[in-house]
Design a protein around this ligand. Structure first.
Ligand code: DX5
Ligand code: ZN
Length: 222
């Protein structure tokens, strides 16, 4: 069974104590920290931008897996690099020049990621796979935590797994939205190797985080 990275989404954290929340999920076993940036225009919700991320950088050494739900993206790439983002993931619909955007992210020293909305097909990636280090399959429509997992996205995960394996490159296949102890195993069987989860990790408060994260990992067969 492949190793699965768990990337808790801080969208479900207590925003009045973000630094402590990040330290807590780090100690509870998170592999990366998923940070949702929303602009109230590309998606119908607002969060925060690079200045907040820069302040949070000192709270953990774990990679910052930054999911941009903003348009345009290009004017902000260098600000996210300076803020300490390690992976910068964009939606193809956010601008007319996806290939150029991915190249600019790499040139700024980050790993480029592409996020696919539930209505966006895997084929959109065919000509940019060489520029992509992470693919984020949205299993909800982006904008809010706590939504129900859309099962049809599992077929897309299977298609993407074949496309990635054919490249021979180590592209991370991550899934985001409605992941919990019930849906995570289905996504892992379909081929993901990274799971984003917000509400399923932060439920129950800090004492529950370690167990919540463990419940998303593939169970060891005995
Ligand atoms: C949704 C965000 C997700 C969100 C997931 O637009 O991209 O990262 O926080 O939340 P859950 O895990 O609660 O569905
Ligand atoms: Zn996200």
């Amino acid at each position: 069974m492949r190793d699965v990275l768990i990337s808790p989404s801080i969208l479900s954290a207590d925003f009045s104590r973000l630094g402590e929340e990040i330290a807590a999920i780090d100690h509870a076993g998170a592999d990366m920290i998923h940070i949702d940036v929303m602009d109230g225009h590309f998606v119908p919700n607002l969060t925060f931008g690079a200045p907040v991320i820069e302040k949070l950088r000192k709270c953990t050494d774990k990679p910052f897996d930054v999911h941009l739900m903003i348009a345009p993206v290009d004017p902000f790439i260098s600000a996210f690099a300076k803020a300490g983002a390690n992976i910068l993931t964009v939606h193809p619909e956010a601008g007319p020049h996806l290939h150029r955007t991915l190249q600019a992210i790499r040139a700024a020293g980050m790993k480029p990621g592409v996020a696919l909305n539930p209505g966006t097909p895997a084929s959109i990636l065919e000509l940019v796979l060489d520029e992509t280090d992470l693919i984020l399959v949205m299993s909800v429509n982006p904008g809010f935590g706590g939504q129900a997992f859309i099962d049809s996205q599992l077929r897309k995960v299977e298609q993407l797994r074949s496309m990635i394996d054919a490249t021979g490159r180590d592209i991370i296949l991550e899934i985001d939205g409605g992941l919990n102890a019930e849906t995570a195993p289905k996504a892992i069987s379909a081929g993901v190797n990274a799971i984003v989860a917000g509400s399923a990790v932060f439920k129950g408060g800090p004492n529950a985080y370690a167990e919540n994260i463990r419940s998303l990992r593939p169970h060891v067969k005995v």
